[in-house]
Design a protein around this ligand. Structure first.
Ligand SMILES: [Zn+2]
Ligand SMILES: [Zn+2]
Length: 413
């Protein structure tokens, strides 16, 4: 008797097994067939061997291992199809939750007759249910990054959907000096609602994130939105020019095919006077990673007030001397409570005097990513060296700041 048939014979003497569970023991012996077909052939081979020796034929009552789970493939698949019909998707994958006792019995069988050629029960269930779902829905099984995983609990034929998020790239401009880039939960109640925040759970009632996120979330019938900006500006700074790149993420969307143009128009209407958006297109988690890792130069316009007498000639001189300066910035006092106290070196690539009017003047700066412009002007009590204030010998402060360009790859300037 060949070794494989002999193993099948031993398995069938020890337990009643269905064709699926018998065939799965030898899944890696021969490919290109299903476990059920393989099991059927094994059973016939065992029967032939036994009949040659006038032995009792292998019986097949209820399968000891799966207890008839594989008789319900159709029911599991239909439950998955029904649940999947509640959402929009193009690709899917089936996963299963299986009674742990069933998996224990499978491991016991492997210990008894050898499991080195076997396939685990979940792998077969996932594949066989997936084949039926694929045929019934016309959608495609995708292993790497499916739109949705239908997880079938085979004890109760219950299905949970694990829906992949959707991502959209775009650029935003912010016209308000009173709204933050992202949702800002109340510091006191952490979003639960309290007296301090008037039960809104927020420090700021609206943000760039919410202006667009709420519109997309509603259209996608998703659970929540997340905003991944390529850096951020201070709340009191405007973001102008061609805007700042971001990726919006919507979790658990029931709709994934969105009319980006129409939704952008809605968001722009929603954000009138606060923020607007352009260039929306589908994106990915990979692009979120790139956006978070990017270190674009930025161009600013800074309105500066000098607390003392200055004249244009002197300011011109200082501005020229600091163009292309290498500066050292100790973490600014104003952010020290949330950032590590470090000294960073940054470059002021370009510095120009644009307007001059007694104690008030306007600077245009192109700076390396991560430069604190307000502190470069004020000196931050000696924590930024050199600084405009120190070079001028007169304390200066930024009274209004605009980012007018974020120079990322798509926007080389
Ligand atoms: Zn079985
Ligand atoms: Zn609160």
């Amino acid at each position: 008797m060949n070794e494989i048939i002999e193993r099948a014979d031993r398995a069938l003497r020890a337990h009643d097994l269905c064709d699926h569970c018998l065939g799965r023991l030898f899944a890696q012996v021969e490919t290109g067939t299903t476990n059920a077909e393989r099991g059927r052939n094994m059973r016939i081979a065992v029967a032939l061997e036994r009949s040659a020796r006038s032995e009792e034929m292998p019986s097949h009552e209820l399968c000891w291992l799966c207890e008839g789970t594989f008789d319900s493939l159709d029911r599991f698949a239909q439950a998955a199809v029904d649940k999947l019909s509640t959402i929009e998707y193009d690709t899917f994958l089936v996963g299963t939750r299986v009674d742990p006792l069933l998996q224990d019995r499978e491991e016991r069988l492997w210990a008894e007759v050898g499991g080195d050629r076997a396939e685990p029960v979940k792998a077969e269930l996932n594949r066989e249910i997936g084949k039926i779902v694929e045929a019934r829905t016309g959608k495609t099984v995708e292993f790497r990054s499916p739109d949705v995983v239908a997880v079938v609990d085979t004890r109760f034929a219950q299905v949970d959907l694990d829906i992949a998020p959707i991502f959209f790239y775009g650029r935003y401009r912010k016209y308000s000096r009173e709204i933050p880039q992202t949702r800002w939960p109340c510091r006191v109640c952490q979003g639960k609602g309290c007296k301090r925040c008037g039960n809104t759970g927020k420090m700021y009632q609206i943000s760039v994130q919410e202006v667009i996120g709420d519109v997309f979330l509603k259209a996608a019938e998703g659970k929540d939105h997340f905003f991944h900006g390529m850096g951020r500006e201070d709340i009191d700074a405007r973001m102008l020019g061609t805007g700042r790149p971001f990726v919006l993420e919507i979790s658990e969307p029931k709709r994934r095919h969105l009319d980006l143009e129409a939704l952008t128009a809605l968001a722009n209407d929603n954000g009138k006077g606060l923020a607007d958006f352009s260039g929306l297109r589908p994106s990915s988690r990979e692009e979120v990673r790139q956006i978070k890792a990017a270190t674009p130069d930025k161009v600013y316009l800074a309105e500066v007030k000098a607390h003392g007498k200055v004249n244009k000639g002197r300011v011109d001189e200082v501005v020229q001397s600091l163009s292309q300066a290498r500066i050292t910035q100790q973490t600014p006092t104003r952010v020290a409570h949330r950032r590590a106290d470090l000294a960073r070196e940054r470059t002021i690539h370009e510095l120009q005097l644009m307007e001059f009017d007694d104690e008030r003047f306007v600077l245009r700066l192109r700076t390396e990513s991560g430069t604190y412009v307000k502190e470069f002007v004020s000196g931050d009590n000696g924590r930024t060296v050199p600084s405009l204030s120190a070079a001028l010998g007169v304390p200066c402060e930024v009274t209004a700041l605009d980012v007018i360009q974020v120079i990322d790859n798509s926007n080389e300037g």
